[in-house]
Design a protein around this ligand. Sequence first.
Ligand SMILES: [Zn+2]
Length: 313
Amino acid sequence: MSNSSLVSYTLLSPNHSGKRTHSIDRITPHCVVGQLSAASICGCFTSPDREASCNYGIGKDGQIALCVDEGNRSWCSSSNANDQRAVTIECASDKEHPYAMTDAVYQSLIKLCVDICRRNGKNKLLWFGDKDKTLAYEPKAGEMVLTVHRWFANKACPGDWLYSRLGDLAAKVTAQLSSGASTPSTDGTLYRVQAGAFKNKENADRQLEKIKAAGFDTYMVQAGGYYKIQVGAYSVKANAENMLAKVKAAGFDAFITTEQGQAVSSTPAKKSIDEIAREVIRGDWGNGRDRKNRLTAAGYDYDAVQARVNQLL
Ligand SMILES: [Zn+2]
């Protein structure tokens, strides 16, 4: 279970029930009733006396914060059943009806919902606009459902401003999940996950070994005077995002880059052409352009390897 890579501020709240007892298939956006920053939203939930929390907070400028790990059940929607399965998001809003939010908040909410759906294997966000229908609905594989706090407590949450936009939110998130980032780039751009950049090659070698030891297929490139440790090279951005989530979940600081560098061989001796050719045949190096990029990035002569593959086949 990973947290969103869109998070740029973390202040964990003690107010949660530990691991969820239900897999994530709902998202519940709330209005926090105040035009607060992401840090201030987290600050609302640091005291155990408050007995409340949320998984994510979105500040008035659109900054996204983590308050409760996504894998944990937050105390947010006045419903145990809902919070066991929902990712809860507190959004900065006006203090009064209709609890309007800034465009920056709304845009971040769209992005965060796309990211939550993607990491939880969902390709559709649904909004029924009806309490009974929604709560009786059993989401099919790939479906995420929006719910609202006002169905579980005598509250206006998430406010009419956002409530009236939930259909739009669901449509925009679903559209992004089914196109855009999940289709290959047409200009040959490759998205790589970068997990470290070092002036000193020995430090880069050490980081490369750590990431390898964690089970990732990694390589080193040189660009702008730095040795950079990268994982994967994807034409589909969503695939790079999935890998990014895995690398981060393994405890590494990482981000996505489209920067290409000069391949550098890491300290461990390179394998023989013969050995690599057998790995290629086994499928370890992917296919087509991906294979070529990965071999080249790992410091191998693609043509030589391919020639040996052809001999062996
Ligand atoms: Zn609420």
